[in-house]
Structures are given as C-alpha cells and as structure tokens.
Write a protein that binds this ligand. Structure first.
Ligand SMILES: [Zn+2]
Length: 423
C-alpha cells in the first residue's frame, strides 16, 4: 500500500466479548471493548470499516506459542473445579491477577482470533490496516498467565505474519513493558520489539534500556524506560525519532501496534499524563509509513476513557474527523458530566526531564546504528518500503490451519454485523 491515500481498514469484533467478567473489583473489564464498539458505531465510523466477526481459532493454534499443558489447563479450569487444581493454578500463575472465571478459555479464543485473523488478512493483502481492540494482551508467557493476560495474541499474530513477512516490528505504547512479546522474540532478528513504558517499582519490572536482546536478536529489543507524568510533548519527542530510526534501519514489512490505553492521563493503574491526541499521535505516526499494520488494544483501566481513546484512534486510522461532542450511545451516562470525546490532562509533574529523554533517545539510536541494516534480505532482492518480499504466495482468507473447525456462523459476518449495528 502507498503511504498516502485511503487505506483499506478492517475491524474485528465479537459482541460476546463484553459479557466476560474477571470478577468483582478486578480492574480489567472486557466491557470497555463493547463500549468502544458502541461509540464507533454511533459516530458512524463503521460505515468506512470492513467489520468482521472473528472465526474462532482452535486450541492447537494457541500451541504455536504456548505449551500444550498450559493450553490444556486453560481449557479445563472452571470456577467449579478449580479446587482440584491448586498445584497447576500456582504453576501457571492463575488465581489473583489472572483469575479463573466463567468462559475463560472462550474469552482467550475470542480476543486471540481477531488478532490471528487480522494478521491473516494482512498476509493475503486483503487489508492495509486491521483493528482488534479486544487484543493486545502482551504479558502472557509461554506457560504462564501474567498481568491479566492468559494467551498472548500479540505473539500469535506476529507468528502468523512471519509466514509471509521476513521482518515484523512490534510497537507497544501501553504503560507497562511488553514483556511477553519481547521474551518470545528475544533471540531473533526477524522481529523487533519496541516498548515505551513506566520503569522502576512498577509491573512487570522488566524493560531496562540495556535489555537489547541476545544472540541473533541482539539489538532487536528496544526499550524506552520512563518515569511518572509523561506528557504529550515529551512522548512525541521520544517516540518519533526512535520509531523513525527503526523504520530506516529495520525496514519492517508488517507492524503490530499495541495501543494500551493505561498510558492515558487519569488511568486507574497508570501514572502517565497523555491526552487522547498525544496517544493517537503515535498511531498516526506509525500509519504514516504505509506499512501493513495490525492495531491492538491492551491495558486501560479508567472505564470511561478507554472507549474515548480507541474510538478516536479508529477515526485517525480512517482519516475521518469526528466531533468532540459525543453522540448519544448505549453507555452515554459513563461520559458525564461533559459528554465530550477529548478529556483534560492533569497538572502532575513530568518526571522525565528533557535531558533524560534526549540521552535515552541517543542511547537507543546508537543501539539501532549497530544492528545489521535490513537483516534477512539481500540488498538486490528489495523488500524495502513496505513491499512484501518476493516469491511469497498469497494465502486464502483466514490463513489459520485450524482445519475449518471454527463455527460456520463466524465466517464473514460483515453483513450481519452491519444489520446489528443499524438498529
Ligand atoms: Zn498495561
């Protein structure tokens, strides 16, 4: 696709997602994805989107990254039988932060299916941009749940993209370090991970600027550790040069962008001070390169602000202007007292000095200067500027090897969803 002009933007959503509950008092609320969808619909943005209900991936697809015993455990465990599994609950870190709840496995299948299905659409060049706001659960490990995440859909989507793409870039603007994704690709030069996150006495504790990858992957893990109070201006000043340099040196042919909304001002668990415009400026900058991109959700714990953020970012991806005055929607009362899209930031101190931001940026630019430019592709074979490397077949839609076990009702639901949304 070209860097200019209208993009073919697809959007994966399953209306079931909002029905799952982590439990009373738990900050992670899948309902926020339903609220986002409702706002996207009521702004009329869906008219410019290709809307799909994901075709459910089978459990075997999940074992491309996760261990068989961990996936089998997630398929088996329920609130009713969990007392019989105390040893496994501890081993797989399921319990408090990552509780057992009704429909847990279906929930993980739902959010993961949108990400893998989205990657498959990019692989077959059916879309330029695919959005799955229910995805982005970046903390899950090969055989361990972590930080409200059970299955790592980001990793599985990247593995799908690697079927077609020699180099995939993962960018993470969630306030937490994208540790599960970094760990999965720490020793390879085919995936570069780049995370901007709060660092120091903060979950998950990893993501130092000195953690750059190992073996062939050395220099292909990029971490920008940040302090409290990060604001729009500072974020743009660190994000653009680092990502610009990555695009120049690594030249990915596909991108996965994790848009965790817990980096917004006023997040229940976060401590940054970004506005919607500051957060979306990252999305807009990544989009400007014209590389096929999978856009995912992630964290986000102030319920009324997450739909604001992801709706606004949907509009940015569509090049559609939307008004600040919120349209009437099913969750209108959440957005009082102002009922506006954009939200104010606070007067909190930004503990990231200009000197710190500049020095850390220079450290990362130096790491990027030292990597092999455009690894894996001979100079004469091209593969730059967002083109798919030569000699790659185009797969059929779907692309997942789940043997067609997905529910028939889930295929190509565009028409049905539009009917549903027209109500
Ligand atoms: Zn987070």
């Amino acid at each position: 696709m070209s860097a200019s002009g209208k993009k073919r933007v697809s959007y994966f959503y399953d209306a079931e997602i909002g029905n799952y509950h982590y439990g009373q008092g738990h900050p992670m609320k899948p309902h926020r994805v339903r609220m986002t969808h409702n706002l996207v619909v009521n702004y009329g943005l869906y008219r410019n989107l290709e809307v799909y209900r994901p075709k459910l991936v089978s459990h075997t697809n999940l074992t491309r990254f996760h261990s068989d015993d961990y996936v089998n455990f997630l398929r088996t465990i329920t609130p009713d039988n969990m007392t019989e599994f105390s040893r496994q609950l501890a081993r797989f870190n399921v319990g408090e932060d990552c509780p057992v709840f009704d429909g847990l496995f279906e929930f993980t299948q739902l959010y993961t299916s949108g990400s893998i299905g989205g990657a498959a659409r990019l692989n077959s060049n059916q879309s330029d941009i695919v959005i799955n706001w229910s995805g982005g659960l970046h903390h899950a490990k090969k055989a361990e749940a972590s930080g409200f995440c059970y299955i790592n859909d980001c990793v599985l989507a990247i593995l799908e993209l690697l079927k077609k793409h020699q180099r995939v870039l993962y960018i993470d603007i969630d306030i937490h370090h994208g540790d599960g994704v970094e760990e999965a690709f720490y020793a390879t030069s085919r995936v570069m991970t780049c995370s901007f996150h709060k660092f120091g006495e903060y979950f998950p504790g990893t993501g130092d600027v000195l953690d750059v990858g190992i073996d062939k992957g050395k220099g292909y893990s990029i971490n920008f550790p940040l302090n409290d109070g990060m604001d729009d201006e500072s974020f743009e000043k660190v994000f653009r040069p680092v990502i610009g340099k990555i695009m120049e040196r690594f030249a990915p042919t596909a991108i996965v962008l994790q848009c965790g909304a817990d980096s917004l001002s006023g997040d229940r668990l976060g401590c940054f001070n970004l506005s919607l415009k500051g957060h979306a400026s990252c999305v807009s900058y990544v989009k400007s390169f014209g590389v096929p991109t999978l856009v995912l959700g992630g964290g986000g714990y102030t319920l009324r602000n997450v739909p604001r953020c992801w709706t606004y970012e949907t509009s940015v991806l569509l090049d559609a202007e939307i008004k600040d005055c919120l349209p009437y929607n099913d969750y209108y009362e959440y957005f009082g007292p102002d009922y506006r899209l954009h939200m104010p930031t606070s007067n909190m101190t930004n503990l990231n000095s200009q000197k710190y931001c500049e020095e850390t940026t220079i450290k990362l630019l130096n790491i990027l200067d030292d990597i092999e430019a455009v690894p894996g592709v001979a100079v004469e074979s091209g593969g730059l500027n967002g083109q798919t490397p030569k000699g790659m077949d185009i797969e059929e839609e779907g692309g997942q090897d789940d043997g067609g076990k997905g529910d028939d009702k889930r295929e190509g639901k565009k028409g049905d969803l539009k009917t549903e949304m027209a109500k």
